[in-house]
Design a protein around this ligand. Structure first.
Ligand SMILES: [Zn+2]
Ligand SMILES: [Zn+2]
Length: 378
């Protein structure tokens, strides 16, 4: 009897029943047309057979979400199938649906509204747009350690809801900050990092955390300090910055310095630019010792110019005021080596040195001072 009924179906209906009995699937496209593979099937039918149950599709804009086998069939075909129970218990072809459940809120929505994990529209995405934003927000709070604002300035981290073509959210404004700057020896780990807004991150730069705290307003400063202590287990002041400058230490070698100065002195040959005159007077007992001391000193200083020896009496006769310096006197470039100002008189006499007659060493020291080569204590 059933066979007879089936025989009364159209060729297409028979074909469809045949395909369905082998487990083929009827899919419904966006124009609401059903097809098995290339073969389109009964586009105008409003009745479906799903798992032993008929569903009447009144609103053709809605797809069938019922699980199980779904047949599209005409009024006539339906009647025949009702008489043919065995066909109701076949394997389970299913209708490819155009709606699905959001994994998060469990609401059924057209697949066209779904977004992927980046917030781009994508029918294969897991979440509806709102759930995507909610999930992003949870990620944000996790990343910001429970805050939805910048630790340093208190400004809210803004989600950017945008046109459908672009991601729904953007955390581009979040930057990872190293509380103790890496350049000063701060660690690159979770203990030392915190997310803040990009503006604060830029402002902070390489500042020490204690310096940075001074730039914050009171509320943020207190919070930031607490977060620092909580994460580091110590006060920010206890951080010992590693200097990025190299420090050189010298040990002063006095002997080396003296040798160097002496070498410079000899190379400069300044001593030989001096014009040295020796004033003396016959029968003066200090002339010879002073002359010998001067010779010793000039030898040590490698002075190799001729020395004018001037007689005070001769000078006095010429009314030369140099005669007033007394005997013995060393003139360097016309001035007294031992700082006597130019005398008022030109009467020759023996000279009295209050600190005693200068020896060779004292002469050397005076000459060196004159040419600007003071030696450190020898
Ligand atoms: Zn959802
Ligand atoms: Zn900030």
């Amino acid at each position: 009897m059933i066979e007879g009924k089936i025989r009364s179906l159209t060729e297409i209906q028979k074909e469809i029943l045949e395909l369905l009995s082998t487990g083929k699937i009827i899919s419904i496209n966006k124009y609401n047309l059903g097809a098995i593979g290339e073969r389109s099937v009964a586009p105008n039918t409003t009745r479906f057979l799903t798992k032993n149950k008929f569903v009447t599709r009144k609103d053709k804009s809605k797809s069938i979400t019922t699980k199980g086998n779904g047949y599209i069939i005409s009024e006539k075909g339906k009647h025949i199938l009702e008489l043919c129970n065995s066909r109701k218990k076949r394997a389970t072809p299913r209708i490819l649906i155009s709606e699905k459940k959001c994994r998060r809120c469990k609401n059924v929505m057209p697949i066209s509204v779904f977004v992927d994990s980046s917030g781009y529209k994508n029918p294969r995405g897991r979440h509806c747009p709102q759930c995507h934003i909610d999930e992003e927000y949870e990620i944000l709070e996790r990343v910001m350690e429970g805050r939805d604002f910048c630790l340093y300035c208190g400004s809210k981290i803004i989600k950017v809801s945008d046109s459908l073509e672009r991601p729904l959210t953007s955390w581009a404004t979040i930057h990872l900050d190293h509380m103790d700057p890496i350049s000063l020896g701060g660690k690159d780990n979770e203990t030392n990092t915190v997310n803040c807004c990009s503006i604060c991150n830029r402002k902070k730069g390489n500042k020490l955390f204690v310096e940075w705290l001074k730039c914050l307003d009171n509320e943020c400063r207190t919070l930031s300090r607490n977060v620092y202590i909580q994460k580091h287990g110590r006060e920010p002041e206890e951080f010992k910055p590693r200097s990025n400058k190299l420090v050189f230490t010298f040990s002063i070698d006095q002997q080396l310095i003296n040798e160097t100065i002496n070498k410079l002195y000899k190379e400069s040959n300044l001593i030989n630019n001096l014009n040295i005159q020796f004033l003396s007077m016959q029968n003066c007992p200090n002339v010879l010792p002073m002359w010998e001391s001067l010779q010793t000193a000039l030898k040590e200083l490698q002075y190799n110019q001729p020395i004018d020896q001037l007689d005070l009496n001769t000078l006095s006769e010429k009314q030369d005021k140099r005669a007033g310096f007394g005997s013995p006197t060393i003139l360097v470039n016309g001035e007294d080596l031992f700082d006597l100002t130019f005398p008022e008189t030109h009467n020759p006499s023996c000279r009295y040195y209050p600190n005693g007659l200068p020896n060779a060493k004292e002469i050397v020291t005076k000459l060196k001072t004159l040419i600007g080569l003071d030696l450190p204590n020898e």
